[in-house]
Design a protein around this ligand. Structure first.
Ligand SMILES: NC(=O)c1ccc[n+]([C@@H]2O[C@H](COP(=O)([O-])OP(=O)(O)OC[C@H]3O[C@@H](n4cnc5c(N)ncnc54)[C@H](OP(=O)(O)O)[C@@H]3O)[C@@H](O)[C@H]2O)c1
Length: 265
């Protein structure tokens, strides 16, 4: 799995086709979409226009709560592949657990079955808390390969990351740049950026990578797309990581994040 990819929310089909083609041209190989984003057709068109062999690409999509059943997951995968014009998916995720419906274990069973059929290479979840993961493990014995969660320096998610590390689950950070908030203006990030001759976004993306996370920043600008992927020729040192880690608001700060126990109710 590439360590850094392109986020595509909230691009529509038209914008996604254009941005995905440009991003692949700049070297992006992982593209993150979802049925809910309504842009899978555009993502597929952009991938075809980029003209890179399919095996070099890593395409992730997600299905929503309406597909939380063994048959529903298969149908959702087939429909996503049809919209994107692909004959397999690299990674398919349960988008949200929606635990009040009590169906996410069925969704997970559906993914495990689908992976056996070969149409989906890797399977995982998104926005699952440790308690939700505990249930998957206890009831199916199958461990998700990835959990894509909201994560940035202010929302460090230490408990989730430690759980993932214990179980061999890849942590993938969504809204890694803080989704247009003032995260990139934090003085400590600006200071390290100035000292390193990098941009604040590059420092934040490097922080994710140095923590061992996969990141999917979104940008529609060619300049920022190029900036965001130019982070593989340096690493932060322990002091810099600790200084950025000081922005973490801890479990209390998680109240500001979307709560997967209630989101989508
Ligand atoms: N699993 C889930 O439930 C879930 C939820 C939300 C998001 N996601 C995924 O995560 C992806 C990323 O999250 P996100 O889009 O919410 O937030 P993000 O990637 O943290 O931030 C995107 C924002 O930052 C700006 N930006 C990008 N690069 C920049 C740079 N180098 N300097 C300054 N600003 C920059 C973008 O503007 P420009 O476009 O103008 O550059 C955009 O406004 C999504 O696209 C989606 O694929 C998943």
């Amino acid at each position: 799995m590439p360590r850094l990819g392109l986020g595509t929310w909230p691009l529509d089909d038209h914008a996604a086709a254009d941005v995905v083609e440009r991003a692949v041209g700049l070297g992006y190989r992982l593209v993150d979409t979802a049925h809910n984003y309504g842009n899978e057709r555009g993502v597929g068109a952009g991938l075809r226009a980029a003209g890179v062999p399919r095996e070099e690409l890593f395409v992730t999509t997600k299905f929503n709560k309406r597909s939380h059943s063994v048959r529903g997951v298969r149908r959702a995968a087939v429909e996503s592949m049809r919209r994107m014009g692909l004959d397999y998916l690299d990674l398919l995720l349960v988008h949200w657990p929606n635990p009040w419906r009590d169906r996410y274990v069925d969704a997970w069973r559906g993914l495990v079955e689908l992976q056996r059929s070969g149409e989906v290479r890797a399977i995982g979840v998104s926005n699952f808390k440790p308690a939700h993961l505990d249930r998957l493990l206890a009831e199916t014995g199958a461990v998700p390969e990835v959990n894509q969660i909201q994560l940035d320096p202010r929302l460090g998610r230490a408990t989730a990351r430690a759980y993932h590390a214990r179980h061999g689950i890849v942590t993938e950070s969504w809204s890694p740049l803080g989704a247009g908030s003032d995260l990139l203006d934090e003085p400590v990030i600006a200071r390290i950026a100035a000292e390193r001759g990098r941009t604040p976004a590059q420092i934040v993306l490097r922080w994710h990578l140095d923590l061992g996370c996969v990141v999917v920043p979104k940008s529609a600008s060619s300049r920022r797309l190029a900036e965001n992927i130019a982070v593989f020729d340096f690493a932060l040192d322990a002091g810099e990581l600790a200084a950025i880690g000081g922005l973490d608001r801890g479990p209390g700060g998680e109240a500001a994040a979307l709560d997967s126990d209630t989101f989508g109710h």
